[in-house]
Design a protein around this ligand. Structure first.
Ligand SMILES: [Zn+2]
Length: 85
């Protein structure tokens, strides 16, 4: 039995599952998962460093967006153009 060293179906499927998982992590982050899926993602996060990093990335992105939004809000308040209306 010979195995080509380039790729094998097992790892390919694992990668795919992992990609799928990151979609779930997005939903997990958004809080749109039902209880069962929530558990599945939590379980995955507990042993997958890559998805935990992805989660950290999402948190950072989220807080960056919130900060950006707050900034925009501030500039609106102090925007002279707005003041003329
Ligand atoms: Zn993962």
């Amino acid at each position: 039995m010979q195995r080509s060293s380039g790729w094998d179906l097992d790892s390919l499927q694992r990668e795919w599952a992992h990609e799928e998982m990151q979609h779930l992590v997005l939903e997990y982050f958004a809080g749109t998962l039902d209880y069962d899926m929530h558990k599945v993602v939590e379980e995955h996060l507990s042993h997958c460093g890559a998805c935990r990093e992805f989660m950290v990335f999402l948190r950072r992105l989220h807080s960056a967006l919130v900060a950006l939004d707050a900034d925009r809000h501030n500039t609106c308040v102090h925007n002279p153009v707005e003041g003329r209306v």
